[in-house]
Design a protein around this ligand. Structure first.
Ligand code: HEC
Length: 175
């Protein structure tokens, strides 16, 4: 019996000891947040990282020639039309009218009140800039008021951009 108690006591003591050590090491080794996602993760989970960090987008130019304008139009009507009209002389809604957007000066559509972030961006809307914007608006223009999560699929972005390109009197040349 004494033996059993000793053994039980030992087991209990070790368990307590382990708990205490666990607590202490938690307190000593502060879990520490990374400012950026660890790059090492990229190889293991490419899809997740691509969705989370579209800063490194491959160029959309090469996909545009083969893009599906009709699919792009359907997608635009589903995803963008709530906020944007695409036609000539169309109204500004929550977002500005997008007629002739390729090559248009950023934040320049008459009668639309852009965020100061968008006004500060500068330059014209190239295919690649539109690609970045619609992949993740808040990543491309920090502080934009375009409240849209983004189109994570490259092919969808190519289709929408190819469609927007056709919404102009003289569509800009493909890259
Ligand atoms: C929830 C509303 C909303 C949705 C959905 C939305 N946008 Fe926007 N968009 C905006 C707003 C608002 C702005 C102006 C942003 C600013 O001033 O910061 C904008 C700006 C833009 C601009 C820049 C226009 C300019 O004149 O500089 C483009 C291009 C654009 N959106 C394309 C799209 C496309 C393509 C889609 C669909 C894939 C889309 N947006 C979906 C609200 C939206």
């Amino acid at each position: 019996m004494a033996n059993f108690n000793t053994v039980a006591g030992c087991v209990l003591a070790s368990a307590l000891f382990a708990m205490v050590v666990g607590k202490v090491s938690n307190a000593v080794v502060h879990p520490h947040k990374l400012d950026k996602p660890a790059i090492a993760v990229v190889d293991e989970a490419p899809t997740q990282v691509a969705a989370a960090a579209p800063a490194e987008l491959p160029p959309i130019g090469p996909l545009l020639a083969g893009a599906n304008v009709e699919a792009g139009k359907a997608l635009f009507m589903k995803q963008c039309f709530t906020c944007h009209t695409p036609d000539k002389g169309g109204a500004n809604k929550v977002g500005p009218n997008l007629w002739d957007i390729v090559g248009r000066k950023k934040a320049s559509h008459e009668g639309f009140s852009y965020s100061s972030a968008m006004q500060a961006k500068g330059g014209d809307w190239t295919y690649e800039d539109i690609n970045h914007l619609i992949a993740k608006p808040t990543a491309f223009v920090k502080g934009t008021k375009m409240a849209f999560a983004g189109l994570p699929k490259e092919q969808q972005r190519a289709d929408v951009i190819a469609y927007l390109r056709t919404m102009a009197d003289s569509p800009k040349p493909l890259p």
